[in-house]
Design a protein around this ligand. Structure first.
Ligand SMILES: [Zn+2]
Length: 113
């Protein structure tokens, strides 16, 4: 594994952790994510968080991936970490690669003008 890919996986793990906390309504930080990737990382956190949790009409918190619940905030966070962590990290990695790719293309297009 190259150094760059390893870094991307580490960043994906941080973004996934932040998304699981966000989904449960807990605070999060994106420490260790390079400044140039912070805006993209925040977008990805929001996007992933929406797919991970839902609040039903009675205000009950459920896992959106498998439908389990009801959960407390902390309970949902622990459930996501224990059961769905691999999927969330993989999705975060895919979205980060996508964001990096789009930025590279945009930079090259700008430089070619
Ligand atoms: Zn679940």
């Amino acid at each position: 594994m190259t150094r760059q890919r390893l870094d991307l996986l580490l960043i994906a793990e941080k973004v996934a952790e932040a998304a699981m906390r966000r989904a449960a309504g807990l605070g999060y930080r994106l420490d260790g994510v390079p400044a140039s990737l912070q805006p993209a990382a925040e977008e990805i956190v929001e996007r992933l968080a929406k797919d991970l949790a839902e609040v039903d009409e009675k205000g009950i918190l459920r896992c959106r991936v498998c439908g389990k619940g009801p959960f407390t905030r902390k309970g949902l966070y622990l459930h996501l970490r224990r059961v769905h962590s691999d999927v969330v990290v993989e999705e975060a990695r895919r979205l980060l690669e996508d964001a990096i790719w789009r930025r590279t293309v945009a930079l090259e297009a700008g430089a070619g003008r």
